[in-house]
Design a protein around this ligand. Structure first.
Ligand code: F3S
Length: 432
């Protein structure tokens, strides 16, 4: 048996010593060693059993992953609840690719996609609609309650669950969340401990208008990195109730904090559950301050690098929906496209545009008349992860990709535009 530092129960020691099989022993070893590294004193039960996994793509080079999955399946192991997983990388029906792009996707990149999806289903994947990074939408239903202990990975989902839902989860990496879901146990450290949920930063929002969530989140992420921010002054712009629209705002804000920095938890004064309950007592004694005004947001925005060779050129391919769009955001973009095209007298958007959302939200939207309105603008609807699409070097060589997502901008060569800028370009308003 491995050497370990934390305190384990007799049953946990049985698993660790191999009494419940060699494969479960390895799973336990991994989780215990992971906890020991972070100083966990014990393992605690996962109180919300439905996990969320980060690895959704069958990259050919991930051979150890598929071998591990095979071992888990052969040992008859499954997750204790059902899980969702990040979006699929490709959708040839709604995000068209040429032969070369397809060749790279199918042969060089995601050659193990079908095999890996089969493995995910055998281990406990929710259903065919389980591929999304916004599993917490009501339409999807993987939505923990306040105080629940989770075993999730995917930075944008973890920060949402911690901050907006008040659940407790660390920023796990791939496989550790799966092992926690099989055992129903996670090491107790980080955000699972109340003291660690206190804020290192008081962020004071002093803007003259509602800040764009993508740029506000980006500014806070770059300043706070992995620290916890307590944001004051934002409630004057987005209110004090967690409506669907506010959740959409916080989803985009949080994804930017988590990708432009490494924020795993934030508090918004008078809005998010712990801030509503505890107010400024959430601030640590030695907290620092960061003031955000219009000039600071503009400074952050103007510093984003543009990776296109020709910076004056127009976008050729636009992705909106990283993280996946809420139903209301989908309707809103559709309305803006239709009204914008009407105002410019154009029939179609000026660049190929893909809106991405969860499969469940897509099904709901496709059943409405608005879906035909969206298609009439030339846009398409998909449930892929735009980042995994742009990981294909051929795609990035062939297209100038643009987005309103700060996460996609950060991890790819896609160019960031503010929502209004992107809309004006797409409906042909720019330069009129
Ligand atoms: Fe989701 Fe992929 Fe963006 S997982 S947050 S759509 S990078």
């Amino acid at each position: 048996m491995i050497d370990y530092k934390m305190e384990l129960t007799p049953e946990q020691i049985d698993i660790l010593s191999g009494k419940q099989g060699e494969t479960l022993q390895k799973v336990m070893e991994t989780v215990v060693l992971f906890g020991d590294i972070f100083g966990a004193k014990r393992l605690v039960p996962v109180t919300y059993k439905d996990a969320h996994l980060v690895t959704s793509f069958g990259l050919g080079v991930l051979k150890p992953l598929y071998a591990t999955m095979d071992q888990l399946i052969e040992a008859g192991l499954k997750t204790q609840g059902k899980f969702t997983v990040d979006p699929r990388p490709i959708d040839y029906e709604n995000v068209k690719c040429n032969i070369l792009e397809k060749f790279v996707f199918n042969k060089k990149m995601y050659s193990e996609q079908a095999k890996y999806e089969d493995q995910l289903h055998k281990i406990g994947l929710k259903d065919k609609n389980g591929f999304t990074c916004t599993c917490y939408y009501k339409e999807v239903g993987n939505r923990p309650a306040k105080g629940d202990v989770l075993t999730w990975a995917e930075s944008s989902a973890v920060v949402f669950a911690n901050s907006v839902l008040g659940a407790k989860c660390n920023r796990n990496s791939g496989m550790l969340e799966l092992f926690g879901a099989i055992l129903g146990l996670v090491p107790e450290f980080g955000f699972l401990i109340d003291e660690n949920r206190k804020a290192h930063w008081k962020v004071i929002v002093k803007t003259t208008k509602k800040p764009l969530p993508q740029i506000l989140g980006s500014a806070i992420g770059m300043k706070c990195m992995e620290d916890v921010p307590y944001v004051v002054g934002l409630d004057q712009w987005i209110g004090t109730e967690l409506t669907d629209d506010v959740e959409g705002y916080l989803k985009d804000f949080g994804a930017a904090t988590a990708s432009n920095g490494a924020v795993g938890l934030y508090h918004i004064e008078n809005l998010t559950p712990e801030a509503k309950e505890q107010g400024e007592t959430l601030l640590r004694a030695d907290y620092k301050e960061y003031i955000i005004d219009d000039a600071e947001l503009e400074r952050v925005y103007l510093n984003y690098p543009i990776m296109w060779k020709d910076t004056s050129a127009k976008p050729q391919l636009v992705f909106i929906g990283c993280p996946h769009l809420t139903y209301n955001q989908l309707c809103d973009w559709t309305d803006k496209f239709v009204a914008g095209l009407k105002s410019t007298g154009k029939k179609k958007l000026t660049a190929r545009t893909v809106l991405t959302t969860t499969p469940d939200v897509a099904d709901k939207f496709r059943a409405t008349a608005k879906y035909q309105e969206l298609l009439s603008t030339g846009a398409t609807l998909s449930s892929i992860c735009p980042l995994m699409y742009t990981n294909n070097p051929i795609c990035m060589m062939l297209h100038r990709v643009a987005t309103n997502s700060n996460k996609l901008r950060t991890y790819s060569k896609a160019r960031y535009y503010k929502d209004d800028e992107l809309l004006n370009i797409l409906v042909g308003k720019e330069g009129k």
